[in-house]
Write a protein that binds this ligand. Structure first.
Ligand code: SAM
Length: 169
C-alpha cells in the first residue's frame, strides 16, 4: 500500500466523516473510561470521541508516521504507533472503535476475535468498513492498473478485499 497523505485525505473529510458519525451514534455507552480509535488517521474522528466522552482516556492508534504526525497536533489524546494486525492494549478497554481502517488488514477470521478479546465485559467493539473492492468503480480501476502500460507503476493500487459478508461477522 502506498504511504498515507493526511493533506490529501482531509480534502474529503466531510464525506468521510459521515459513516464515522453514524458509527459513533450507535455506540450505546454512557461513560466509557478507556477508548481506543484504531486506524485513527489524522485524528479528526478521534477528537469527536473525546468530545462525546470528555472524561474518557482516549488513545488513537495508527501505523502511518505521516498520519500520526498530524494527529499529534491535537491535544488531550494519547497517540500510539502500532500495527493493528498485532495491536493489544495494556488492559481490556470499554470501547474499541474503528472507522474505515480494518479493511486494510487481512484475515478477519482471526482479527475480529482478537479485537473482541481486547474489550471489557459490557464494553463495545464498534467497526465500520467500506466494502467496495468488488464494486464496478473499483474493478474498473483495477483493470486499468493491470494493463501492460500501467502494471509496473500501479501494481500497488490493486488490492484484495479482506472484508467478509455481514453474516460472517
Ligand atoms: C481511511 S484512513 C481512516 C482514518 C480515520 N479512522 C477516519 O475515519 O478518518 C485508514 C487509516 O488506517 C491506517 N492503517 C491501515 N492499516 C493499518 C495497520 N495495519 N495498522 C495501523 N493502522 C493502519 C492508515 O494509516 C490510515 O490512517
Amino acid at each position: 500500500m502506498s504511504a498515507w497523505d493526511p493533506a490529501q485525505y482531509l480534502k474529503f473529510a466531510d464525506h468521510r466523516l459521515r459513516p464515522a458519525l453514524d458509527l459513533l451514534a450507535r455506540v450505546p455507552l454512557e461513560a466509557p473510561a478507556t477508548v481506543y480509535d484504531l486506524g485513527c488517521g489524522p485524528g479528526n474522528v478521534t477528537t469527536l470521541l473525546t468530545r462525546r466522552w470528555p472524561t474518557a482516556r482516549v488513545t488513537g492508534v495508527d501505523s502511518s508516521p505521516a498520519m500520526l504526525e498530524k494527529a499529534r497536533a491535537v491535544p488531550g489524546i494519547a497517540w500510539q504507533a502500532a500495527d493493528l494486525a498485532a495491536w493489544a492494549p495494556p488492559a481490556p478497554a470499554d470501547l474499541v472503535y474503528s472507522n474505515a481502517a480494518l479493511h486494510w488488514i487481512d484475515d478477519h477470521v482471526r482479527l475480529f476475535p482478537r479485537l473482541l478479546a481486547q474489550v471489557k465485559s459490557g464494553g463495545v467493539l464498534a467497526v465500520q468498513m467500506p466494502h467496495q473492492a468488488a464494486n464496478p468503480s473499483h474493478q474498473s480501476l483495477f483493470a486499468i492498473a493491470r494493463e501492460p502500460a500501467w502494471a509496473a507503476k500501479l501494481a500497488g493500487a490493486v488490492f484484495s478485499n479482506p472484508v467478509l459478508e455481514p453474516s460472517q461477522y
